[in-house]
Design a protein around this ligand. Structure first.
Ligand code: BTN
Length: 153
């Protein structure tokens, strides 16, 4: 068989490398994920539910949090939260929960992702500060952990 002309050979190489023709190489850039939105109702792996209101023009929001677990002996009640998010398709954010049934405060930081299957998820890390009864007990008053939230509504 005669060798293909140089122009044809060059075109084949170009189309394989730059156009992904024939899928010889994965040449396409990763698909840009959809925008992840914080507004709505979310649940985490502890059974905690939170609702986040519409964000204002500077990304601030408020909402409510019903925790599924507690370190306090008091009956669990719905508590208020407030926070802010950054810009971008998969924004970082922070919020604090002022517990209505204990003297503790929790600060969450995280990022809102759209997974490869198209689901929105919030990956967070939290610090839970309880009210130490004395300065001497300050050292054991802060817990740290991670929560993943999935959208309910
Ligand atoms: C308290 O125990 O004093 C208040 C409730 C704390 C609940 C914590 S906050 C971090 C973790 N994530 C949850 O959804 N609940 C627990």
């Amino acid at each position: 068989m005669a060798a293909p002309p140089m122009a044809s050979l060059l075109f084949s190489v170009f189309s394989l490398v730059f156009l992904g023709e024939g899928r010889a190489f994965p040449t396409g850039a990763p698909q840009a994920p959809g925008k992840c939105r914080l507004e709505g109702t979310w649940v985490n792996e502890l059974g905690s539910r939170m609702s986040i209101s519409a964000l204002d023009e500077e990304g601030r929001f408020s909402g409510s949090y019903l925790t599924g677990v507690s370190a306090s002996q008091n009956p669990i009640r719905t508590s208020g939260l407030s926070g802010a998010q950054q810009q971008g398709p998969q924004p970082t954010f922070s919020f604090t929960v002022q517990w209505s049934f204990s003297d503790s405060t929790t600060a969450f930081v995280g990022q809102c992702f759209v997974t490869e299957s198209g689901e929105e998820t919030l990956e967070t890390t939290w610090l839970l500060r309880e009210a130490a009864p004395s300065h001497a007990q300050d050292w054991k008053a802060t817990r740290v952990g991670k929560n993943t939230f999935l959208r309910l509504k």
